[in-house]
Ligand binder design. Structure first.
Ligand SMILES: [Zn+2]
Ligand SMILES: [Zn+2]
Length: 637
């Protein structure tokens, strides 16, 4: 049967025909629709599917695609009546926050604090909802702290369901079309983020299919901010798909620009990546506007992007173009971060683009994947790829952090820890919470800026975190809502500074703006305060300058006059909390990959580090490796 499907994959009608052949007559088929890469089967006999588990499993495994079963529209109960029935079926402890009916998808969207109870044992509760109302539940976890971003995104997707349905159908036509030529070659073109950190962007081409892997902005630089899209000798609407590894601006920051300039295809990413990158895009627009400049895209472009996002879970195999299968794998870097695996053709080539990775202990995430069905080429990051880039063990880093914090608090000083809103902030919070529980930290910890909003998004996706943490969140013992953490309102900053004895976790992570910069101005001149860097400081940023010993910085004071701010506060850098591999972890990762890679392309590292690391791989690990430059192209097959 599988061969039959593969042969028929060419055209949508033929795909539908082959599905009809698998379905038994009693399945009550009324319609088959394609929603992007997914197949939706409408039935007049839901009992055929929901009283017979084996049938759904059989279809999904034979088609190797995500299959949605929905009930024929004529059989759906009136939403008002259905709502009552649903609320009676779901146990109270599920704590349902919202129920909405999506006509265009025949789904009921249920947001609950405990989604597991809406699903029920073996899906029993969900099935009961379908059988009694006709509506198929689509279940979301409600965040345990309020998140305006999440609320906005979910509302937006609901509001534009009709448009989204049309978008998905158009995407399906492209995915399930015939390959456009018989060329067997494939290649990548480096559009940004090679021999540098920032503006990551890669074009992957095969048989006239064009896929963009990441599309970021170099936030630290005023000059070379954007990827070399002008080097593409085709209009952006010829791109078939965009895949985003994670939400950081240097990987996802330029995606809305594509929509502003003619692209109208899908963005594949995980659900947390979709939400976190939206948060960061809005913030980026905000910051640029406040600086008095014109942003390269506006809010509307971000919203257009959202309608085109197709979210995938880790390890889920998805056809994203003729002859191209995508799988996202846990990269343990930030919430929802992924390495991208592309299976090309009938297996002629398998490309793994790692994105940013952490192959080592973190309090937030499970260990990243190292096993793949096949691997020919790897594109790997090298942020800490240099010989000297060895980080201390986590134990040492954690105890050093707490020691410096406690020393500062004892003197009545404040500690400022600048963090990316998404990433180190949450990791540091987990460390502080752990030491607090052990009685080794007695201060108060304030969370300022976007970190608080990012925390709320975190609480909606515990399944993307390491098991022990997931369990705590599910049991209502979320460390993010511990009593030692307080979210700061704008008018409270002065009090916090004056009271002393506080740890302040604030974005931006490299002191390029935002609340962390405001705190710096207030804290810098007093010796009793401490500034602790825990994350990567890019070249050219204020963070890097202070790290390198600059002790006077010009800041705008009253009446727009520039004044010199003296850095008298203690400045410390603690390595080991990074969401990136250090050099040893990069090497361990490459060695542990199964199967081993045949060739390695090094990116996402300053020139010297990328080149050194590529040399090391070739000479010491015996794997062909090169640190390509921006605008280089490399043939893969
Ligand atoms: Zn990153
Ligand atoms: Zn990055």
């Amino acid at each position: 049967m599988l061969n039959l499907i593969v042969k028929y994959m060419g055209k949508i009608d033929e795909l539908k025909d082959s599905i009809k052949k698998i379905l038994p007559a009693e399945a009550g088929l009324s319609k088959i629709e394609l929603e992007g890469p997914e197949i939706t089967i409408y039935t007049k006999k839901p009992e055929a599917f929901f009283e017979n588990e084996a049938l759904v499993a059989k279809i999904a495994s034979e088609l190797k695609k995500r299959v949605n079963i929905r009930v024929d529209k004529t059989m759906l109960k009136d939403p008002l009546e259905a709502r009552e029935i649903i609320l009676n079926i779901i146990p109270k402890e599920a704590d349902v926050k919202d129920i909405k009916f999506s006509d265009y998808f025949g789904e009921v969207l249920i947001e609950a604090i405990k989604p597991g109870l809406v699903i029920g044992k073996g899906g029993a509760t969900s099935k009961e909802i379908i059988m009694k109302t006709g509506w198929t539940p689509h279940i979301y976890r409600a965040p345990t702290s309020k998140s305006e971003t999440l609320k906005g995104i979910r509302h937006h997707l609901y509001r534009y369901q009709k448009e989204r349905k049309a978008i998905l159908s158009k995407i399906a036509e492209k995915i399930y079309s015939e390959p456009r030529s018989n060329n067997t070659w494939s290649r990548i073109v480096c559009l940004g983020g090679f021999r540098e950190v920032g503006r990551s962007c890669i074009l992957f081409e095969k048989n006239e299919t064009k896929i963009i892997l990441d599309c970021g902005i170099n936030v630290g630089s005023n000059k070379e901010q954007f990827p070399y899209l002008d080097a593409l000798n085709f209009p952006l609407d010829e791109i078939d798909a965009v895949v985003v590894t994670h939400a950081h601006m240097d990987h996802a920051g330029f995606v809305p620009y594509l929509y502003r300039n003619g692209y109208d295809g899908p963005v594949y990413c995980t659900e947390p990546t979709r939400d976190l990158m939206t948060l960061l895009h809005f913030d980026y627009i905000d910051v640029v506007v406040k600086e008095g400049s014109d942003p390269v895209y506006i809010e509307q472009d971000v919203k257009t992007m959202l309608k085109h996002c197709i979210v995938r879970e880790y390890n889920e195999v998805t056809d994203i173009a003729p002859e191209i299968r995508l799988t996202l794998h846990n990269a343990a870097h930030i919430l929802g971060s992924a390495s991208v695996h592309l299976h090309v053709g009938m297996g002629e080539h398998n490309l793994l683009y790692t994105g940013d990775i952490k192959y080592g202990f973190t309090r937030l995430f499970d260990v990243m994947d190292t096993k793949y069905p096949r691997l020919e080429t790897i594109i790997i990051e090298s942020t800490y790829g240099d010989k000297l880039d060895i980080q201390p063990s986590r134990e040492v880093s954690e105890s050093t952090l707490i020691k410096i914090i406690n020393e500062t608090i004892e003197k009545g000083g404040n500690v400022l820890i600048p963090v990316f809103a998404v990433g180190r902030g949450q990791e540091i919070m987990l460390v502080i919470e752990n030491y607090y529980k052990r009685g080794e930290f007695k201060g108060k910890c304030y969370i300022d800026g976007m970190t608080a909003e990012a925390n709320a998004i975190f609480t909606a996706y515990p399944e993307y975190m390491r098991e022990s943490l997931r369990r705590r969140i599910l049991q209502n013992d979320s460390p993010f809502t511990s009593e030692i953490f307080e979210t700061v309102k704008d008018n409270e900053r002065n009090d916090i500074i004056n009271n002393g004895g506080s740890v302040i976790i604030a974005s931006s992570g490299m002191l390029t703006g935002g609340p962390s910069f405001e705190y710096l101005k207030a804290l810098a001149e007093e010796q009793k305060n401490t500034l602790i860097f825990v994350g990567y400081q890019a070249e050219g940023t204020l963070g890097r300058k202070i790290q390198n010993g600059t002790n006077i910085i010009p800041v705008s004071g009253k009446n727009d006059k520039t004044k010199a701010l003296k850095i008298n506060m203690r400045v410390e850098t603690i390595e080991g909390f990074s969401g990136h591999c250090d050099r040893n972890q990069l090497i361990a990762y490459i060695k542990s990959l199964k199967p081993p890679a045949k060739q390695i392309i090094v990116n996402h590292g300053e020139k010297q580090k990328a080149v050194n690391f590529a040399n090391f791989i070739s000479t010491r690990l015996g794997i062909r490796a090169t640190a390509l430059q921006n605008l280089d192209a490399k043939r893969l097959s």
